[in-house]
Each structure stands twice: as structure tokens, then as C-alpha cells.
Ligand binder design. Structure first.
Ligand code: 13P
Ligand code: SF4
Length: 346
């Protein structure tokens, strides 16, 4: 039962002491974040892993996050993902092999132009490595606009992957929303060479099914039902939703926004449901509402991190066995590291 499992996790953590650091993404369920040494957004967690002395980092999040942690931690540290099934569907929408094939078509469409690929942190290490090789870089939801500026200083066009909504929101922020084209690798008619030739920003047809669900009508409804409500959303939401919101930002920004709210304020949260629920629990003085009520979703990748798996990987570590190790190959590590370093420079 749950209390027995909690005891087993705590016992294992006691035995492992400083050898292990447990990281929990903001979207993890309550029983997981309860055991985390640090809770945060995807990039903050990787940075935290790199700063830690622990030999083992148990990353309660999704594969691309654990890969990023492996890239930026030193070789003596091992990154463990409690379930190998925890893979972000959006990251899977831009596989390096597929992007490599599309790259030939996209560069052929604009032969005289230099195209710089920019990939969102929500992508696999091999795609980050591909971007580095082509002169591009990685970005997070907080610095995408700076990554675009970096790319335009070095090239004529940006190819942004995999999240078309973050790409569109960033184009809008830079006043370039009319200069975009979408490249849809799944649709023969979604790959228009003349549109690519004309556009400054080419957006890959990828999206997050959790964030795509939010509509402008949800924002209108919440404002109608709660006239004092403020709305904070993640930039993976559609552009209309982002524009209708009061604040937009990463899961850390969302968390900080509610933490800094005055008692009695109302905040509607446009992101994964577990974070909305954590915020309601952590800040009872603030009225926290999920932006689309009962229709708000959990992330099926994050959900794979079941507390039983956390128990298993920790108890195996106590026995000296490392399970579910996430290890990026040395070549990819080096190149993906270049793409991440370029982001740090901006
Ligand atoms: P953050 O980097 O803002 O934590 O977002 C990660 C994510 O997967 C959003 O859906
Ligand atoms: Fe991926 Fe969306 Fe889940 Fe974030 S919420 S991990 S982008 S599927």
C-alpha cells in the first residue's frame, strides 16, 4: 500500500544518502514530488544535476530531460529515469533521421540562403547534435526569442523544431508572424517549397497535445466566471491563447507567478494538470483554477513515472545495481553540448 511504499522509498533514500539526488519535474504526481530534493522546470533540473556531487541522479521527468542532464553532468555521474516509457510525444514528432531527410528538401527550396536550425529543449540528443552540426542551437521556452536572434545574426532563415506553437509565439514576439511557413513532414501537401523560399521562419509541424487543448474560449469563460481572474499559460499553447493570457512562461515562471500572487488573487493555470494541482496545494491563500476545468489533461509521458518504479530504481541502487540508465553516446554528447553551450552564450 501507499504508506508501505513511502516507507520503502524513504528507507532507500536514507541508505543512499548523498550518493543520490532525486529530481522531480513540475508535472510529476504528488507522490513523486514528495520525495524530490528539487522540483523545477526542465532546464533548471538539468542545471541542478550538474551542480550536484551525487553519483546518481534519479530524474523523475521524461527522456529528453534525462538526456540533457546526462549531457551537462560530468562522466562520473549516472542519470537514471525510473521508467523508460516516459518519452515526450512532442519530442518524438521530430526524429533526427526524419529531420535529416527534410533538411535536404528544405535547403533545396532555398538554395541561396543559409538556414539555421533551432531546436527546443523538448527534443532528443541526436536532434540537438544535428542542429549543432548545421550551425544552430537549442533554446528553452524562456529564451526562444534570443535563439532566433542568434540564428538571424548568422543566417537568413530559421528552421524551428519541434513545437510549431512555441515557434509561432516567438515569431509573433519578434513581429515576424507574417513571415512563417509550416513544414509538415506527414503531409505531402504540407511541404511547399515556394512557401519555404518566401518565409523567414519555417516551423516544424509538432505540438504538445496537453497544451494544444487550451482554446481562447477557455480564457474567455474563465474571465466571465471569475471577473478578477488572472491567466498564466505555457508558451506551448496556441497563439490566440497566449495572446489572451496575462502571463506566459515556462513551468518555473508559472510557479513563481502564483508564489508571488497576493492572498485572495485568482489565477487560472494553462498547463499540465498536476502543476495546477500542486500550486493549489502549495498556495492555499491564492485561488488556483485549471484553465479548462475538468478538461485539463495530464501528460501521458510524465505519468509513466509511477511511484513503484521510483521504489524499484532506488532499491536496486541500494543493492549496487543501476537500472534504466540514460546515456547519450560520446559523439552526440559533445555535439549536443555545443548546441546547449550556444544557448548559454545568448
Ligand atoms: P518547462 O521547460 O517549462 O518545464 O516545460 C517542459 C514541458 O514539457 C512543457 O510541456
Ligand atoms: Fe511533452 Fe507536452 Fe508532456 Fe511537456 S506536457 S513532456 S511537451 S507531451
Amino acid at each position: 500500500d501507499e504508506s508501505e511504499r513511502t516507507e520503502r522509498i524513504e528507507r532507500a533514500l536514507d541508505e543512499l544518502g548523498d550518493d543520490v539526488l532525486v529530481l522531480g519535474h513540475n508535472y510529476q504526481r504528488e507522490e513523486i514530488v514528495a520525495h524530490a530534493d528539487f522540483i523545477g522546470d526542465s532546464y533548471a533540473l538539468s542545471k541542478r544535476a550538474a551542480e550536484a556531487d551525487a553519483d546518481h541522479v534519479v530524474f523523475c521527468g521524461v527522456t529528453f530531460m534525462a538526456e540533457s542532464a546526462d549531457i551537462i553532468t560530468d562522466d562520473s555521474q549516472t542519470v537514471i529515469l525510473p521508467s523508460m516509457e516516459a518519452s515526450c510525444p512532442m519530442a518524438g514528432m521530430a526524429e533526427a533521421l526524419q529531420v535529416d531527410a527534410a533538411w535536404a528538401e528544405i535547403t533545396d527550396a532555398a538554395p541561396d540562403e543559409n538556414i539555421v536550425p533551432v531546436t527546443y529543449m523538448n527534443s532528443y540528443a541526436d536532434l540537438k547534435a544535428f542542429c549543432a552540426e548545421q550551425g544552430g542551437l537549442v533554446c528553452t521556452s524562456s529564451n526562444a526569442h534570443k535563439a532566433f536572434e542568434y540564428a538571424f545574426e548568422r543566417g537568413d532563415k530559421v528552421l524551428f523544431l519541434p513545437d510549431k506553437h512555441l515557434g509561432e509565439n516567438t515569431a509573433h514576439r519578434l513581429g515576424m508572424e507574417d513571415n512563417t511557413a509550416v513544414w509538415d513532414p506527414w503531409d505531402p501537401e504540407g511541404k511547399d517549397a515556394s512557401e519555404v523560399a518566401e518565409a523567414d521562419i519555417v516551423l516544424w509541424e509538432g505540438y504538445c497535445q496537453v497544451h494544444e487543448r487550451f482554446r481562447e474560449s477557455h480564457v474567455e469563460q474563465v474571465r466571465e466566471d471569475h471577473p478578477d481572474a488572472n491567466v498564466v499559460v505555457h508558451p506551448e499553447c496556441r497563439r490566440e491563447v497566449v495572446e489572451a493570457a496575462d502571463v506566459v512562461g515556462s513551468t518555473s515562471t508559472i510557479t513563481d507567478t502564483v508564489a508571488e500572487a497576493e492572498p485572495g488573487e485568482t489565477w487560472a493555470i494553462g498547463t499540465e494538470i498536476h502543476l495546477a494541482n500542486h500550486l493549489a496545494r502549495w498556495h492555499p491563500e491564492v485561488e488556483v483554477l485549471p484553465l479548462c476545468g475538468d478538461a485539463c489533461m495530464d501528460c501521458n509521458a510524465m505519468r509513466q513515472i509511477d511511484p513503484n518504479y521510483l521504489t524499484w530504481v532506488l532499491e536496486e541502487l541500494v543493492e549496487g545495481r543501476e537500472r534504466n540508465v540514460i546515456e547519450v553516446s560520446p559523439e552526440e554528447k559533445e555535439l549536443a553540448g555545443v548546441a546547449l553551450d550556444r544557448m548559454l552564450e545568448i
